[in-house]
Write a protein that binds this ligand. Structure first.
Ligand SMILES: Cc1cc2nc3c(=O)[nH]c(=O)nc-3n(C[C@H](O)[C@H](O)[C@H](O)COP(=O)(O)OP(=O)(O)OC[C@H]3O[C@@H](n4cnc5c(N)ncnc54)[C@H](O)[C@@H]3O)c2cc1C
Length: 228
């Protein structure tokens, strides 16, 4: 049975970043992935994802302050450009809409997070291509842009290896047993691992895996229309 300080389950962006952060702190980490890497069957693949500080919940705006610093550090460490800042405009047709007001409030609550608020007249002048009514309200986030998702995942996994993370793909975790001192993990291929702790990052597979631990998380796949 192989022994580690931490086992991370799922090598999407969340699991890979978790493994990297744990290894940076000098611990012995195992990252387990059920599919062969790289793969396109989770959520983290693809050329790009939007990145921003503009969120209606200030928790995320504050988190992104930290996240941008981490990504800059990763860009420096790997020499790969991962973020293209384009700026991001959030707007609502009506200035009373909760989303836009909460987003503006989030910036107020997080010192250092830059933004510009535009009333409808300013929006028309600054962004003539966006035609909104007289009651419109906008919030411009200069940090907003695109993160190159596939490249980011590869960079993180490369850094994981550099910092000593053992990555095992093709290992589908089927059971997790734990007591007060340790966690025992078994996979469908018959591998067994033990660690002081386990971080579960299985993305959309979370429901069935957590159910085995006795946690019923009400996860439900929903269809989200994306417009370009
Ligand atoms: C189309 C689309 C557009 C999006 N746009 C944005 C955006 O613009 N901006 C943004 O911030 N976010 C966006 N997101 C969300 C973002 O991509 C996800 O939040 C993120 O990728 C989730 O990463 P994850 O690591 O949690 O999950 P995943 O990438 O799904 O990784 C989970 C991993 O766990 C593995 N796994 C599962 N079960 C087991 C098991 N039993 N044993 C071993 N391994 C297991 C899976 O194979 C998978 O590799 C978007 C998502 C999608 C799908």
């Amino acid at each position: 049975m192989e022994k580690y300080h931490h086992v991370v389950i799922g090598a999407g962006i969340n699991g890979s970043c978790t493994a990297f952060q744990l290894a940076k702190r000098g611990t012995k980490v195992l990252l387990l992935e059920k599919f062969l890497l790289p793969h396109s069957r989770g959520s983290s693949h693809g050329q790009s994802r939007g990145i921003r500080k503009a969120y209606p919940d200030p928790f995320f705006t504050a988190l992104m302050e930290e996240a941008y610093k981490e990504w800059e550090d990763i860009e420096k460490k790997t020499g790969v450009k991962l973020i293209k800042k384009t700026g991001l405009l959030c707007f609502a047709e009506n200035k009373n809409i909760k989303f836009i007001n909460d987003t503006i409030d989030s910036f107020k609550k997080v010192p250092g997070a830059q933004n510009t608020v535009y009333n409808s007249k300013q929006l028309r002048e600054k962004f003539p291509c966006v035609r909104l009514g007289k009651s419109a309200l906008g919030c411009y986030d200069p940090s907003g842009g695109v993160i190159f998702a596939d490249k980011a995942l590869k960079c993180i996994q490369d850094l994981c290896k550099e910092y000593g993370v053992v990555i095992k793909d093709g290992e589908d975790v089927e059971d997790i047993k734990h007591n007060s001192n340790s966690v025992h993990i078994s996979t469908t291929s018959g591998s067994r691992f033990t660690a002081q702790s386990c971080v579960i990052c299985p993305g959309p597979w979370g429901g069935p895996l957590l159910a085995k631990l006795g946690y019923q998380v009400p996860l439900k796949p929903v269809k989200i229309p994306v417009y370009y």
